[in-house]
Write a protein that binds this ligand. Structure first.
Ligand code: PEP
Length: 248
């Protein structure tokens, strides 16, 4: 019912030439046509270049909101992204929450401004290892999502992708069990259905992120409530990433 979606989060990696070459290869993947939506999130300075290459969809790893233009040295506005035909943005990645102090109010405002401009939002959530160990992961993630869902305009549900990314799994090679992933995704889906009518909440895609690779992708993507993935490290090598795409 929902078309799977995979995000490639390149983080602060690759030279400009390397990014162009990898993007060209990814854009040529014939699998993409009907089976899966792909969004590449390159480093911010390469957005303009990739946007001119007219390949697969590109997204921004960050944007500043709610202001559209103004005196915010070093920031990129959502309007400027639209100008470059960048129609997706990552919001709430744990690295931004942790290293740049982005809090819930700021993230919800950013997500809603993006959505109101027609920009797709990958809203990231996920618990630390401490929270996973003390058995409160689901409550923690629900608390991260409720302020967003509470303010979300129902009409924007098709533009929302929720990325469940346990912090302890990001870049570590550790992955939750399939039961843990499915349990969390089912809980997120149930939460969405408390806020929106059936068709709208069904339109929200929920993807898994955190050490997803060519070996584990297939079993994760087969879970009933997993609609794809957000892939960091394994999206930097074309061959491993192609295997992930082929697993969907
Ligand atoms: C991420 O940072 O969004 C991510 C999923 O990273 P990795 O795949 O490297 O764990």
């Amino acid at each position: 019912m929902r078309k799977p979606i995979i995000g490639a989060n390149w983080k602060m990696n690759l030279s400009c030439d390397e990014a162009g070459q990898l993007y060209t290869k990814m854009s040529a993947l014939s699998e993409l046509e009907s089976t899966v939506d792909l969004v590449v999130f390159p480093p911010q300075p390469y957005l303009a270049l990739l946007s001119k290459m007219n390949g697969v969809a590109i997204g921004a790893q960050n944007a500043y909101a709610p202001d559209m233009f103004g005196a915010f040295t070093g920031e990129t506005s959502l309007m400027q992204l639209k100008d470059l035909h960048v129609n997706s943005v990552l919001v709430g990645h744990s690295e931004r929450r942790l290293h740049f102090g982005e809090d819930t109010d700021f993230l919800v405002a950013k997500a809603n401004t993006a959505l109101s401009l027609g920009i797709q939002v990958f809203f990231c959530c996920g618990e630390s290892d401490e929270i996973r160990s003390n058995g409160t992961a689901i409550t923690f993630v629900e608390n991260q999502l409720e302020p967003l869902l509470h303010q979300l305009n129902q009409a924007h549900c098709p533009l929302l992708v929720i990325a469940y990314e346990p912090i302890w799994a990001i870049g570590t090679g550790k992955v939750p069990s399939l039961e843990e992933i499915e349990e969390m995704h089912a809980a997120i889906r149930a939460l969405c259905s408390r806020y929106f009518d059936q068709a709208s909440s069904d339109a929200i895609r929920i993807v898994y992120g955190g050490s997803c690779n060519a070996t584990n992708a297939k079993s994760i993507f087969q879970l009933p409530n997993v609609d794809g993935g957000l892939v960091g490290g394994a999206s930097l090598q074309f061959d491993s990433f192609k295997e992930i795409i082929d697993s969907i």
